[in-house]
Design a protein around this ligand. Sequence first.
Ligand SMILES: *[C@@H]1O[C@H](CO)[C@@H](O)[C@H](O)[C@H]1NC(C)=O
Ligand SMILES: *[C@@H]1O[C@H](CO)[C@@H](O)[C@H](O)[C@H]1NC(C)=O
Length: 350
Amino acid sequence: MGKEKVGFCVVGGIVLVLFLGASVTSDDKRQRWRRAMISGETMASSMLFNRVPSSIVLPLHGNVYPNGYYNVTLNIGQPSKPYFLDVDTGSDLTWLQCDAPCVHCTEAPHPYYRPSNNLVACMDPICQSLHSNDDHRCENPEQCDYEVEYADGGSSLGVLVRDAFNLNFTNEKRQSPLLALGCGYDQLPGGSHHPIDGVLGLGKGKSSIVSQLSSLGLVRNVIGHCLSRRGGGFLFFGDDLYDPSRVAWTPMSPDAKHYSPGLAELTFDGKTTGFKKLLTTFDSGSSYTYLNSQAYQGLISLLKKELSGKPLREASDDQTLPLCWKGRKPFRSIRDVEKYFQDLCIELHE
Ligand SMILES: *[C@@H]1O[C@H](CO)[C@@H](O)[C@H](O)[C@H]1NC(C)=O
Ligand SMILES: *[C@@H]1O[C@H](CO)[C@@H](O)[C@H](O)[C@H]1NC(C)=O
């Protein structure tokens, strides 16, 4: 990367490609990848290594404002049925609200998923990967219980099953690989709850959909998303859709649990804020960007300075968030807001 800075901004169209070579390849392969990147070999030539020439592209629906989330439609089951899933790079497990029967389910756009009888065993590596932090005992060896909790307080509890995911590949083949997913029969809604059939887990762990597709040899372990500022966008798995030489690449920390480029600096309106070495995580499942309290306070005073003289006033009667502003007319989309607020970016220095 040389001395070039790589930046990610909060406002504006966001294209993000994450290359995840490390999580499923052997150590030997991992070393070769890293050498290829450091020696300045073009990405295109290193891509030839172990290449699986197919990808999956899925349209995304949603927006940053006013919805605050994106969903993707996946066809799952035999026969397959459509489900709307929350796209989450901040967690691994994909699960559906499930009629197992359901103890606590929340409102869903489609009828609850009816599980296949194909249970994931407790000793299965995918089950083990979900329990790497607790002292998990297999009370019932035929069954893998799971529980996921999210930052907004929401949770899902259930059992892992395998079922067919009906997917269109870019090589014009339609395939229905059996992938592990959670049959969630006990859900609690979180603070940012909205009606959804389940969560699409795209994290780095073994249970994530892209890790599973890659270990079946169907796509390379690469995910990307492109979110339009007008709302919508697309999500892709695999590496044969884009010209790698036109993508700015930055390594992800191998030790971090989530996708993290490591330590970054916060800039506002293209200028440094003085807040450096912030440990950064990419989480498509979170509507908000979170900062530590020092950086948050610092940013707020910059924002207030920036907004003085503009036709916005603080809306202390609005309790949605600790700080709200009101414009002359209601804001309908991110575009209406852009003219008042400068870009907030994180920059990585090599
Ligand atoms: C999810 O996307 C579909 C389009 O595929 C859309 O009709 C639906 O309203 C979205 N669901 C939610 C909960 O936003
Ligand atoms: C796959 O492609 C076919 C033909 O273009 C389309 O009818 C079908 O809905 C697609 N299926 C999925 C799961 O996207």
